[in-house]
Design a binder for this molecule. Structure first.
Ligand code: ADP
Length: 265
């Protein structure tokens, strides 16, 4: 242990995202209350909790797919050029939503691939149409990523020709191709047949090992314990407990967490 406190010797912690006091209601149904989330570069955060507790709404709020009623989201390291600060209490228009989308990419439970486009087209659509990157560069990158997840031979296939596990691996490649600061996974394996879950979790684990920053909503608690640095347990629209994965999953302090963790193990 170092006895000195020199900043240079401390691990460099760079904030990717800070969310503060996120609140959201759908009509009279209050689904998020006062949610704070901090994510550092290279960190994997697992968001767990019962169905309906607001996990997906948190994820969608970070990506601009839902607009919270109140709260703030800040992307960036504090370096003013990299900073994006959005106050949901103020007017949030297309420009702000586009800026949020630019920083994170979502992997959906039901893959959400475009059914009328080939695998390759699905992957290059965002980089070419939205990010205006050269098509040849986007194709080369897509091919490289497909190779990595073992799907190089599916480049020209349509989604309906693929298994769920293959579709989800394409979903992951599509997110990676956007080169986001933050990857968001919304129950990425819960629509898959059990024998296909392992392949997809394997890809996510490799991404974690490579240092990707990610938030994963999951019911796979064993996986969360294995891959996540921090676990956030939500219930009823609030964060009930958060901390290192082993603590929250193995030695939870709150009664609600204990009940939830016990039920799933
Ligand atoms: P979780 O991901 O934990 O299952 P969700 O964030 O999906 O929870 O949902 C939280 C609550 O918000 C639920 O009661 C759900 O019915 C409601 N909800 C989510 N999205 C919408 C929507 N677009 N319109 C109305 N209610 C919604």
């Amino acid at each position: 242990m170092s006895l000195t406190n020199e900043p240079a010797r401390q691990p460099r912690v760079t904030s990717v995202l800070k969310a503060r006091s996120l609140a959201k209601a759908f009509g009279s149904n209050v689904v998020l209350r006062d949610i704070d989330i901090d994510i550092q570069r290279g960190q994997v955060v697992a968001l767990i909790g019962p169905s309906g507790s607001g996990k997906t709404t948190v994820l969608r709020s970070l990506n601009g797919l839902e607009i919270p009623d109140a709260g703030t989201v800040t992307f960036g390291s504090g370096d003013s050029s990299a900073e994006l600060a959005i106050d949901f209490g103020a007017k949030v228009g297309k420009k702000e939503v586009a800026a949020l989308r630019d920083r994170s990419a979502m992997v959906f439970q039901h893959y959400n691939l475009f059914p009328h486009m080939t695998v390759l087209k699905n992957i290059i659509e965002g980089p070419v149409q939205v990010q205006k990157r050269p098509r040849s560069e986007a194709i080369a990158e897509a091919e490289r990523l497909l190779e990595r997840v073992g799907l190089a031979d599916k480049r020209d296939a349509y989604p309906f020709e693929l298994s769920g596990g293959q579709q989800q691996r394409v979903g992951i490649v599509r997110a990676l191709a956007l080169k986001p600061q933050l990857l968001l996974f919304d129950e990425p394996t819960s629509a898959l047949d059990p024998e296909l879950v392992g392949d997809v979790l394997g890809v996510i684990k490799e991404l974690a090992e490579e240092g990707w920053t990610m938030v994963i909503v999951t019911h796979e608690l064993a996986f969360a314990q294995h891959v996540a640095d921090e676990v956030i347990f939500m219930d009823g629209g609030v964060v009930v407990e958060r901390g290192p994965a082993a603590e929250v999953l193995r030695a939870p302090r709150q009664e609600r967490t204990k009940l939830f963790v016990k039920r799933l193990q």
